[in-house]
Design a protein around this ligand. Structure first.
Ligand code: BDP
Length: 587
């Protein structure tokens, strides 16, 4: 797998966005009937990619099952001798792919990228066709699990389809496969520990030079050159410690980004160029605090979702720009990618805007309906998804913590086995970031001792103690104190608290479902959160209303947003703005 990071800017790529042929396959006949060999697709529908199928046409609104996508594509002639891959940034949930009638691979998991090599299957010119069979069927062993569109074990809409970008990427067969950057600070100096993996897939021994550059707004800050000899079909990992003098640190108030470039050259021309952005910053947990660049921080922000009318999970640049502008204006400095890794563009903006991100894995809903949490099939999938998410986002300064689960059944003894495997997988991929999971078991939780940071979701005043904010406040305060007493060394973040409010519903005195009640609940929680020295962050649930399955407890949307689904403010937006702006990022 050629990990893409930001590399495709320097390599040649062809975007495959556009209208693709589309056909649902509810009886699963496509594979048997070899639809991937079809020449005539005139009777197929056309849907836009990237975007889930659900809201593009009401015929597909609640569709769960297999569906086929196809399009033709062009390969330039000068891509001969190149390594060519087809990249999928996100397909929910399973994908099987054929190019020119040949099966090239499959992938399970809706929120992490994958790619397949196609240079021995493609033709030069226009005469290429790709088929993708997508299957969004939920089972008790999918991650996340469920039994139907309205029987998900998680509380967000189960969109289906190719909903993130698809593109072709070409590189030389001698190429940079992976770059890992870990930064440290030593006085005024930044230290960049770079690990660069180079692969030679040619049949010759190749002598070349590897140039590593740190660039600050087009100014060369540091350059290292290393001679490299690679045997045929071999790879090499080069480790370098690079010093950046007078380093500008990445932090929320000044999210300074550097560029890291890796160039393979034979002295004359560049054979491959790989570029990625990074920030110089450290994250540590010490004495019950989260330290960013050595300073204790306080996270103020949201749990969010990728969700918007018609576009579903495909938040385009304009919507993301709107959301990030709103979050900045509110005085927010943080969010959790609840409950799955967000798109690459989404994370690029987090790096640029300086948000402190808890990167959550798509491991939500591991709950009552799942028979055994240590089922080897589940453990294997969880580990693979953690690996794929970390590999994609490991160089991002915005990502400060990994959340390995949301609200698992952490009262079960066997959850410890799953969590142990998940933590080991996260640490194997990246030992530098703290790990957590969002617990709703609180004092009954059996696994909190295993994580670095404690995250809790609380709904007193909503699902329990309905309508009673005084009792909610007392209970929250008591439970937090008891949790702190039990785990005095671990920082605590309240990762969810909130109430549904239907925009336009007003009540005086405040009542559940009104804008006033939501605002009061948020204020009440915030006061408790600020009163506890050991609580190092609070995330309101949720930034905006979002689509969910049909159930008696939901009025078509989950309405816990402080903005509506189309980003109009509710009363709480004003309140949150006052509260967040008053709270400092540094403790
Ligand atoms: C929490 C879940 C979140 C839900 C929220 C709610 O973590 O996904 O949307 O409850 O009920 O338990 O609004």
């Amino acid at each position: 797998m050629v990990w893409m990071s930001s590399s495709r800017f320097e390599r040649e790529s062809i975007d495959l966005s556009g209208f693709w042929y589309f056909k649902t396959d509810p009886e699963g006949r496509g594979e048997v009937e070899k639809w991937f060999e079809k020449e005539q697709l005139k009777d197929w529908d056309r849907l836009y990619v990237p975007c889930p199928w659900n809201e593009q046409d009401s015929a597909y609104a609640w569709y769960m099952g297999k569906a086929w996508y196809s399009r033709d594509f062009y390969v330039p002639k000068d891509w001969n001798e190149k390594a060519v891959s087809i990249f999928f940034e996100g397909v929910n949930y399973r994908a099987k792919v054929w190019v020119n009638k040949i099966f090239i691979g499959e992938h399970e998991g809706g929120f992490t990228p994958f790619c397949f090599r196609i240079e021995d299957k493609m033709k030069f010119g226009y005469d290429n066709r790709v088929f993708v069979m997508v299957d969004n069927t939920l089972t008790k062993k999918t991650i996340p699990p469920g039994e139907g569109m309205n029987r998900t074990y998680f509380d967000f809409f189960h969109y289906g389809g190719i909903y993130r970008e698809v593109y072709l990427l070409s590189t030389s067969k001698l190429y940079v496969k992976d770059v890992t950057l870990r930064t440290d600070i030593d006085g005024g100096r930044g230290i960049v520990n770079a690990s660069v993996n180079v692969v030679n897939e040619t049949t010759e021994t190749r002598s070349c030079q590897l140039i590593l550059r740190v660039i600050d707004s087009n100014e060369l800050v540091n350059e290292n050159t290393e001679p490299l000899v690679l045997e045929p079909s071999s790879d090499r990992t080069v480790e370098k410690r690079i010093i950046v003098k007078n380093a500008k640190l990445w932090c929320p108030e000044d999210p300074h980004l550097y560029k890291f470039a890796v160039i393979i050259t034979d002295g004359g021309s560049n054979i491959d160029v790989f570029e990625t952005r990074f920030g110089i910053r450290t994250v540590r947990i010490e004495n019950g605090r989260i330290l960013l660049n050595g300073r204790p921080i306080f996270l103020k922000g949201f749990g969010r979702h990728e969700d918007f009318p018609i576009l579903g999970k495909t938040l385009n640049g304009a919507i993301l720009r709107k959301d990030f502008g709103l979050m900045k204006d509110l005085g927010c400095n943080s969010f959790r990618t609840s409950h799955y890794p967000y798109s690459k563009t989404h994370m690029d903006l987090a790096d640029e805007y300086g948000f402190l991100v808890i990167l959550e894995m798509p491991t939500v809903g591991l709950w009552q309906g799942v028979e055994r949490l240590d089922d080897p099939e589940i453990v294997e999938k969880v580990k693979r998804m953690i690996c794929e998410a970390i590999q994609r986002d490991k160089n991002r300064p915005s990502v400060i913590i990994y959340s390995l689960f949301n609200e698992p059944d952490s009262c079960r003894e066997e959850f410890r086995i799953l969590l142990k495997e998940a933590i080991e997988e996260a640490r194997r991929n990246d030992p530098t970031r703290p790990v957590t999971f969002a617990s709703c078991m609180h004092l009954e939780d059996k696994a909190l001792d295993m994580v670095d940071v404690l995250c809790f979701n609380f709904y007193y005043g909503w699902y329990t103690l309905c309508g009673d904010l005084e009792a909610a406040s007392r209970t929250l305060s008591r439970v937090l104190d008891e949790l702190h007493e039990k785990y005095p060394d671990k920082p605590i973040i309240v990762t969810e608290f909130g109430a549904d409010a239907i925009a336009g519903v007003h009540r005086d005195p405040p009542e559940m479902w009104s804008e006033e009640y939501q605002a009061e609940l948020i204020k009440t929680y915030w006061n408790v959160i600020l009163s506890k020295k050991y609580v190092v962050g609070g995330h309101v649930w949720n930034f905006a209303d979002f689509r969910v399955g049909q159930s008696p407890g939901r009025t078509t949307l989950n309405r816990k947003g402080i903005f509506t689904r189309t980003r109009d403010p509710k009363l709480s937006a004003k309140i949150v703005r006052e509260l967040f702006r008053k709270a400092s990022t540094y403790l």
